[in-house]
Design a binder for this molecule. Structure first.
Ligand code: ATP
Ligand code: MEV
Length: 483
């Protein structure tokens, strides 16, 4: 395949550019302007084990088909600015590259490399960024500024850790189809996009490309994941890393991080069953940081009781992993679903005991239970956000419609989404080929204006979605980590 964008030929997506890159520490002598490119990462659903996973227990999470998309556009060499355009949260901000605290980030003992494992934020580096975050969105109310600050903080920490003062001027434009603060991993998804984009820009990733060995693909995904975790630490304080892991790797995983100084144990579930799930949004935003802190406070107050609840959640997650791995587990059979559903009900009850439910989540349970439709648990941090319902196979359309009507009447949202989707992907250069007449010549170049003007979630998906009206969009490439 050969596309042309900004006058440069590419073969197999980004491979032609990247193959000439030295990735073992040596960089190219001169770097011509990069073409505009995009990265994308999915959101996630935690099927079992949220909160317990922060305290070293196992969790099962699956990626969803809702995604974030980040467009990176290089500016001409004379423009020494970096701009964020994050319209979902109404954030626009520009920094002068030469004003940023590069020296602090590259001081002896502080400098980090693209292959490092960073497990905590450095307070001195955080302090050095403060003045550069202080004047963002001054005209906005405090709660909006907090959201803007979190996203900008994640971006700056990654940029200064991975980049250097000769970083090129760039525009970063981000749009997401994942509800923000809804428990579906919006922060992890944007952290993965930011980490992947910056690692690509400093030319430390040589893929994805179709004939890449699995081990090489895994190493690259692991590097993106490590830096996405740093973004997550900036946004929500004390993440377990499950969200960024599943958003990077895609599909589904059993995840456990017993020792925060070491990488987590991640068991991919390549054959995660196609569970009949309904995803309901309370439309009650929550703060992951606050919900995680709540459980931390409970553990301090009642260490033994809380540990016992977390242990019980661990057992539930282990039981669920064993159950879905059984050869006779059939997601279309009532008996299999009953077994899994029972575990979901127990998991939810234990989350209620930890104090992270919300009356609007309990109301979803009531409505679902009343119609005898399935088994419900909150997903993600709780305190609002979303719930998942595992549907019984024998429910009539009439009862489903009744539930939908009640949910609508009480201002709940519903998501049609698939579980177990691709992880982080790259569109290099930012050219979409749809196979229509206009595109036969070489595809449609995506620029900032087109991307910003795409209307709503449908518009974004139609313009740049990894799957389009014509099926999968071949121009999007994914690291293939699956044996
Ligand atoms: N589309 C977006 N554009 C810019 N920033 C975003 C976007 N989506 C998420 N964020 C950042 O992530 C924060 C939300 O993260 P938070 O962890 O609270 O929720 P979540 O990731 O959606 O839920 P959970 O962690 O429970 O899965 C926002 O306050 C914002 O800083
Ligand atoms: C609540 C939590 O367990 C899941 C949030 O999606 C937090 C985390 O794992 O980082």
């Amino acid at each position: 395949m050969s596309l042309r964008a900004n006058g440069r030929a590419t073969v197999n997506g980004i491979r032609d550019d990247m193959d000439r890159t030295q990735i073992n520490g040596r960089k190219r002598q001169s770097s011509p302007l990069m073409p505009a490119f995009m990265v994308s990462a999915p959101g996630k659903v935690i099927v079992f084990g949220e909160h317990a996973v922060v305290h070293g227990k196992a969790a099962i999470a699956a990626s969803v088909s809702l995604r974030s998309y980040l467009l990176v556009t290089a500016l001409s060499k004379s423009k020494r600015t970096i701009s964020l355009r994050f319209p979902d949260i109404n954030l626009t901000h520009t920094w002068n590259i030469d004003d940023l605290p590069w020296a602090t980030f590259s001081a002896p003992g502080k400098k980090k490399y693209y292959y490092d494992l960073v497990t905590s934020l450095d307070p001195e580096l955080v302090a050095a960024l403060k003045p550069h975050l202080a004047n963002i969105s001054l005209e906005e109310p405090e709660h909006v500024r907090k959201v803007h600050n979190n996203s900008a903080f994640a971006f700056l920490y990654l940029l200064l850790s991975l980049g250097s003062q000769n970083f090129p001027g760039c525009l970063y434009t981000l749009r997401s189809t994942i509800p923000i603060a809804g428990g579906l991993g919006s922060s992890a998804s944007i952290s993965v996009c930011l980490a992947a984009a910056l690692l690509l820009q400093i030319r430390t990733l040589s893929g994805p490309h179709p004939d890449q060995p699995f081990d090489e693909a895994r190493l690259q995904v692991e590097r993106i994941n490590r830096w996405a975790f740093v973004g997550e630490m900036c946004i929500h304080g004390n993440p377990s890393g499950v969200d960024n892991t599943v958003a990077t790797q895609g599909k589904a995983v059993v995840f456990q991080r017993s020792d925060y100084a070491k990488p987590p144990k991640v068991q991919p579930l390549w054959n995660f069953p196609e569970l009949p799930l309904l995803l309901v949004d309370t439309r009650q935003p929550k703060s992951t940081a606050a919900e995680v802190a709540k459980v931390g406070a409970l553990k301090k107050m009642h260490p033994q009781i809380t540990e016992a609840v977390l242990d019980a959640i661990d057992k539930v997650s282990e039981g669920a992993a064993r159950l879905i791995a059984k050869p006779d587990f059939d997601p279309e059979e009532l008996s299999s679903l009953e077994d899994l559903g029972r575990l979901m009900t127990i998991n939810h009850g234990l989350l209620v005991a930890l104090g992270v439910s919300h009356p609007r989540l309990e109301r979803i349970r009531e409505l679902v239970d009343h119609e005898g439709i399935g088994w419900t648990k909150l997903t993600g941090a709780g305190g609002g956000g979303c719930a998942i319902t595992l549907l019984r196979p024998d429910v009539s359309q009439e009862r489903m419609n009744k539930l939908y009507e009640s949910l609508e009447a009480e201002n709940y949202g519903r998501f049609e989404t698939t579980l177990g989707c691709d992880g982080v992907g790259v569109l290099w250069p930012a050219v979409i080929k749809n196979g229509t007449g206009e595109d036969d010549v070489g595809g449609q170049e995506i620029d900032q204006e087109k991307f910003l003007n795409a209307e709503g979630i449908e518009g974004v998906e139609e313009l740049v979605g990894v799957t389009g009206e014509y099926g999968d969009r071949d121009a999007w490439k994914f690291w293939r980590v699956e044996d």
